[in-house]
Design a protein around this ligand. Sequence first.
Ligand SMILES: Nc1ncnc2c1ncn2[C@@H]1O[C@H](COP(=O)(O)OP(=O)(O)OP(=O)(O)O)[C@@H](O)[C@H]1O
Length: 261
Amino acid sequence: MTVQVDRQESVRLEGVSKLYGDLLALDKVSLSVAPGEFVCLLGASGCGKSTLLSLVAGLDQPSGGAISTAGRRVAMMFQEPALFPWLTVRANVEMAMRALPRRERRAKAEEFLEMVHLGGFGPKRPHQLSGGMRQRVALARSLAQDADVLLMDEPFGALDAMTRDLLHDELERIWRERKLSVLFVTHNVREAVRLGDRVVLLSSRPGKVVEEFPVELARPRRTDSAEVATLAARITDQLKREVARHGDVAHKTAAAQEVRS
Ligand SMILES: Nc1ncnc2c1ncn2[C@@H]1O[C@H](COP(=O)(O)OP(=O)(O)OP(=O)(O)O)[C@@H](O)[C@H]1O
């Protein structure tokens, strides 16, 4: 099934379901991301957030429904930077641009490293960098794919709070400068409110969109501000209600049967 995407959407999911054998991971999820929009996806552990990103990235196929990225280039970034340890930082970024001539590739890699504040670190190896710096390299590599849509799966989940704050600032700047559409998965409600134009809450498995929260706070925001804390508390309450519903086996079985039939 194909899905029409209008100019106001970079990514569109319509009634997307995903079954792994008997396990229904996603149940008729409909969601869209506008060009230049930053959408954060929250939900209990195992509710299908990573599954959703991998479907949008085309790494796997949905069992039902349709997904479109309207021909836009999509890059994905994971919690682990997954750099090649035997290559230099610059060569890791260059890997994303193998189609370009060597000289151009090298110049662009330097440009992307500057963008993430790692100018001068190109000749280093990943093990010579901190965790935050390695994640910056991964971000530079994603940007080097010349993507319009950036899918981010808990990219800062393993970092300390201070490093995460710095990376939030950098990601926000790059998102604005490059007019990216971002779909950002996190467990951290404050992080979602700090970054998102919109926070989408998925139910416990099978994942379904239960509520969307527009974030109308001025940018740049501070993770520790009262405004962020207030909205984060509201979202957390709703998230807790979803987690509490997790034992609803009858509902899950019925939904799985419906997708299969
Ligand atoms: N390739 C797979 N084969 C079988 N089951 C899978 C596969 N990938 C994910 N699942 C299952 O699908 C469900 C959703 O997993 P997924 O990783 O998408 O959730 P998540 O919301 O990203 O979880 P977390 O927040 O813990 O990272 C889980 O029950 C998981 O065990």
